[in-house]
Design a protein around this ligand. Structure first.
Ligand code: NAD
Ligand code: K
Ligand code: MN
Length: 348
């Protein structure tokens, strides 16, 4: 590949502040990656209020036809129902079939080369569960009744299970924890659990995952154990909603949501995305932590096989965190987004 075409969708709020930082960090990699070409694309709540459409057809088409990969910022979805609006990130994950949301949560050890105290990956199913967003409101004998469909399919559970086993098998500890609540939701979570468990005996696997140890944890006690003994986890695989909640919770273990990257990955496309949202409480102040977005760019590059570029970004971010001279207020620092970016660029 001569060039790497990267779609940029900052969307709303601090997404507009942190995605440009990721862009600058990618450019600084120079010849360690193919020459990056950025394509600016729109989506989001602001886009909806301006144009009546949250995810323009053009954005999806350009991602599919022209881009090698993409970076998404964050969207400000309202908490109330707005007619005609639907979250563009949830839609994009489905339209591009980005069925896996991979979220590493890793602490930075005081010295380079030391073992981090938290080193886990949440593998979140990205297309179904309650995020199919089929909700109804009816009136019952005692007032309103709201219902939501929670879809779990064997197909989606199997492919996320395969992704999780593959990841677990590639890591030193080779340990996979399946997160569910099948003591209550025996049919839906039962299907998820059994389908993931069956992955090692699928045709063609031929003992490839024999070295992977498998554990299970109910989602509520998984949160409890995550806070008490995070070191027991390596790769955690979960249905969509549990994976979303677990990864925000795990972010607290390493200091800030502003540090946690992710990729939305499918068989043909990858989109990096910080785990955090649009952070309306700090939007426009220039103090959003750009490190989650820079790490998301690294994850995206790593997924595409550009290991050297990815390593350089990760090492630079770790150095800036370790030095603790230029950190944003979420990490108890006093620096701005651009000062932290400048510090990363100096390390690069
Ligand atoms: P949030 O992640 O936006 O913010 C939670 C807290 O973390 C806030 O105090 C915020 O200031 C802080 N924070 C988050 N990212 C930070 C960063 N980079 N640097 C410093 N501090 C950071 O979650 P929320 O407040 O629940 O949601 C706000 C909006 O974001 C909502 O409209 C929600 O729908 C949306 N959201 C979007 C996505 C997405 O785009 N995928 C994900 C989550 C939430
Ligand atoms: K986000
Ligand atoms: Mn979330």
């Amino acid at each position: 590949r001569q060039t790497l075409k990267i779609g940029l969708i900052p969307a709303d709020g601090i997404g507009k502040e942190v995605i440009p930082a990721a862009r600058a960090a990618i450019i600084a990699l120079g010849s360690d990656i193919p020459k990056p070409e950025f394509i600016d694309l729109v989506a989001g709540w602001e886009c909806f209020t301006r144009t009546g459409v949250a995810l323009p057809e053009d954005t999806v088409q350009i991602l599919k036809d022209e881009c090698d990969c993409a970076l998404f910022g964050s969207v400000s979805s309202p908490s109330r129902k707005v007619v005609g609006y639907s979250s563009p990130i949830v839609a994009l994950r489905k339209k591009l079939d980005l069925y896996a949301n991979i979220r590493p949560v890793v602490s930075v050890a005081p010295e380079a080369g030391q073992k981090p105290s938290v080193d886990l990956i949440v593998v979140r199913e990205n297309t179904e569960c309650l995020y199919v967003k089929e909700e109804t409101l009816t009136s019952g004998a005692n007032g309103k009744e709201a219902r939501a469909t929670r879809l779990i399919t064997e197909h989606a559970s199997r492919r996320i299970g395969q992704m999780a086993f593959e990841l677990a098998n590639s890591r030193p500890r080779k340990h996979l924890t399946i997160i569910h609540k099948s003591n209550v939701l025996s049919i839906t979570d039962g299907l998820f659990r059994e389908t993931v468990r069956a992955v090692p005996s699928l045709p063609g696997i031929d003992g490839k995952y024999d070295g992977v140890t498998i554990a299970e944890q109910l989602v509520d006690s998984a949160v409890y154990r995550l806070f008490r003994e995070p070191e027991i986890f390596d790769v955690m695989v979960a249905p969509n909603l549990y994976g979303d909640i677990l990864s925000d919770a795990a972010a607290a273990l390493v200091g800030s949501l502003g540090l946690i990257p992710s990729i939305n990955a499918g068989d043909n496309f990858v989109m990096g995305e910080p785990v955090h949202g649009s952070a309306p409480d700090i939007e426009g102040k220039g103090i959003a932590n750009p490190l989650a977005s820079i790490r998301s760019a690294a994850l995206m590059l790593r997924h595409l096989g550009y290991t050297k570029g990815a390593d350089r970004l990760d090492i630079a971010v770790d150095q800036v965190i370790r030095e603790a001279k230029f950190l944003t207020p979420d990490l108890k620092g006093t620096s701005t987004t651009s000062e932290v970016l400048e510090a990363v660029l100096r390390k690069l």
